[in-house]
Design a binder for this molecule. Structure first.
Ligand code: GLC
Length: 572
């Protein structure tokens, strides 16, 4: 038997609390709603929930601006409703991982309120305060040229104490000063609070931004982030995209990925190790955050896969070859194709014609690659981006600020709107579509939901219509999740690529001592004939679209358009 930890075998499902289930009918989700849907999640077959921030927050960045780390947002419930949720999940064998935002708090957090109250306040140094500079005409300038990764200066002037504070994200999200040991002690108390309540781990927000260079050297890029985004919005050429990536690194050279983060992660790992089998997942793709393999984070996301414009077999093969080879001994991969910051899987990887087929391939890929898969709510019913029609509908402050900045910088309103309309993260955060009732059954009829519901709930993109339809996306998710759950090789096996140069199909083996599985995914609209040249025969078809009957010949294997084959094989 392979020795494994629960989070290696688990399939995670991300819940965005504002959009999952609205029990009290106020147009946004809540814990009572999530509790009501726990049976649904159990039926779906997921093993763990990653809950996006549920803490009290002014919601300027949709909960990623926390004003109380040990509370529950009143619109979502109370600590008691949270406990009931946790207990209900655990009773069903579902673990719960919280979102932990270490880099910054809300500007409404009492720590920041205290810090900004005076230069001599004992909490002044809990945040990053600096004097400004004076320009050649005597004008007041920020301490340096650093930008916020949400565009615009990273410094906000505070007239009351005549200093600037640093914010890597919005100005309402001041960065904590992690060089101050009191900050670490206070945040580790927060971690203990939730672990004592029984949560199973944390997804760590934006870890790379926790430290910045203490000497504040100017960055050396000639571009502003807004310029960069404007080019990026339409760029297709891989060389141009790669150059933009390098430019981005120049822009954030001194604000990103400082070596100090690793010591901090080691410290946090030590803390959680004292709680048994608790998991830490970093919002980053860099292998370095695994440390030696068991002394920093348990997992970081394979974001390269999620951020590719089109998933193709050669590109997936290259990603796997490179990434799996880089992992230190004992480190475990983690794959995802969508979350609350990125477009919906069906929209992102569709071609406009075969979106449903490609979405199914995406799930098959995620559930069969080596590593822990993360799904995003609504993906299982084929929810797609809800492109918004007007700025008034936007809730993503990032997009609103970018729009304002673009107009300020001479963009026409139309051009500025075009820039943010598709990029706003709102498109993937709309309410879960539960049924073909008004408001998709998320909120009662007539209630204004916090973001508009996608109208396609009336065309079958909803849970109720799909539950009993064996051909639905939801049925497909359930079947494939069950196949993965029943197969030790798919959950834990080694990965071995087959068909090294095939452009149309991806094929690989997953192997544990007791089981060997072959996975073949056809990424084209044509039937493909393959001769994988393997010394194996198929002993059982575990999953196939379309369904197959009769023996399968691995010497002359045909795979239907967008076909999926998962088979157990043995030596011929
Ligand atoms: C992370 C979150 C994102 C948030 C940002 C700032 O990237 O995923 O939603 O806006 O951090 O907290």
């Amino acid at each position: 038997m392979v020795n494994s930890r629960w989070w290696q075998e688990a399939v995670f499902y991300q819940i965005y609390p504002r959009s999952f289930a609205d029990e009290d009918g106020d147009g946004m989700g809540d814990f009572a709603g999530i509790i009501r849907q726990l049976d649904y999640l159990e039926h779906l077959g997921i093993d763990a929930i990653w809950l996006s921030p549920h803490y009290p927050s002014p919601q300027v960045d949709c909960g990623y601006d926390i004003s109380d780390y040990i509370g529950v947002a009143p619109e979502y419930g109370t600590l008691d409703t949270f406990r009931a949720f946790l207990e209900g999940a655990h009773q069903r064998g579902i673990r719960v991982v919280l979102d932990l935002v270490l880099n910054h708090t809300s500007d409404q957090h009492p720590w920041f309120q205290a810090s900004r109250s005076g230069r001599d306040h004992p909490k002044r140094d809990w945040y990053v305060w600096r004097d400004g500079r004076t320009g050649t005409d005597g004008e007041r300038l920020p301490p340096n040229n650093w930008e916020s990764s949400f565009t615009g200066s990273a410094w906000e002037y505070d007239p009351a104490t005549d200093q600037y504070y640093y914010h890597h994200f919005l100005k309402e999200q001041p960065d904590l000063n992690w060089r101050n040991p009191e900050v670490r002690a206070a945040m580790w108390d927060v971690v203990r609070f939730w672990l004592d309540l029984g949560v199973d781990g944390f997804r760590l927000d934006a870890i790379a931004t926790i430290y910045e260079h203490p000497d504040l050297p100017d960055h050396t890029s000639d571009m502003t982030l807004l310029d960069l985004y404007a080019v990026w919005a339409t760029a297709e050429d891989p060389d141009v995209l790669a150059e933009l990536g390098r430019e981005w690194e120049r822009l954030f050279e001194y604000q990103f990925d400082l070596p100090e983060v690793h010591d901090l992660m080691k410290d946090l790992r030590q803390l959680v190790n004292g709680y048994g089998d608790v998991v830490l997942i970093g919002e980053d793709e860099k292998i370095a955050y695994y440390g030696s393999g068991d002394d920093e984070l348990h997992m970081v996301f394979n974001f390269e896969l999620m951020r590719t414009r089109r998933l193709t077999p050669p590109q997936i093969r290259a990603n796997q070859a490179e990434r799996l080879a880089q992992l230190p001994d004992g480190a475990w991969p983690c794959n995802t194709l969508g979350n609350h910051d990125s477009p919906r899987v069906k929209s992102a990887f569709g071609d406009g014609v075969h979106d449903a087929e490609l979405a199914r391939l995406s799930l098959a890929l995620l559930l069969t690659l080596r590593g822990t898969p993360f799904l995003y709510y609504g993906e299982e019913i084929g929810m797609v981006n809800r492109v918004l029609d007007s700025l008034e509908q936007f809730r993503d402050t990032l997009a609103l600020r970018q729009y304002a900045l673009a107009v300020e910088n001479g963009f026409s309103e139309d051009r500025a709107f075009a820039l943010v309309r598709k990029a706003t993260r709102d498109v993937a955060r709309t309410p879960m579509q539960w049924s073909n009732a008004p408001n998709a059954g998320f909120s009662p009829a007539g209630v204004d939901t916090w973001l508009p519901v996608h109208p396609n709930y009336a065309e079958g993109v909803n849970v109720a219509d799909q539950l009993d339809d064996p051909t639905s996306m939801l049925a497909f998710y359930r079947r494939l999740l069950a196949v993965r759950r029943s197969s030790p090789a798919l959950r834990l096996g080694e990965y071995e690529s087959v068909l090294e140069d095939g452009a149309s199909c991806l094929a690989f083996l997953r192997r544990v001592p007791d089981q060997l599985c072959l996975v073949v995914l056809n990424y084209t609209a044509q039937t493909q004939s393959l001769a994988p040249d393997l010394p194996y025969r198929v002993t059982e078809v575990m999953f196939s679209t379309p369904a197959r009957s009769g023996p399968i010949d691995l010497v002359a294997l045909t795979v239907a358009p967008y076909g999926i084959l998962i088979a157990e094989v043995a030596v011929a």
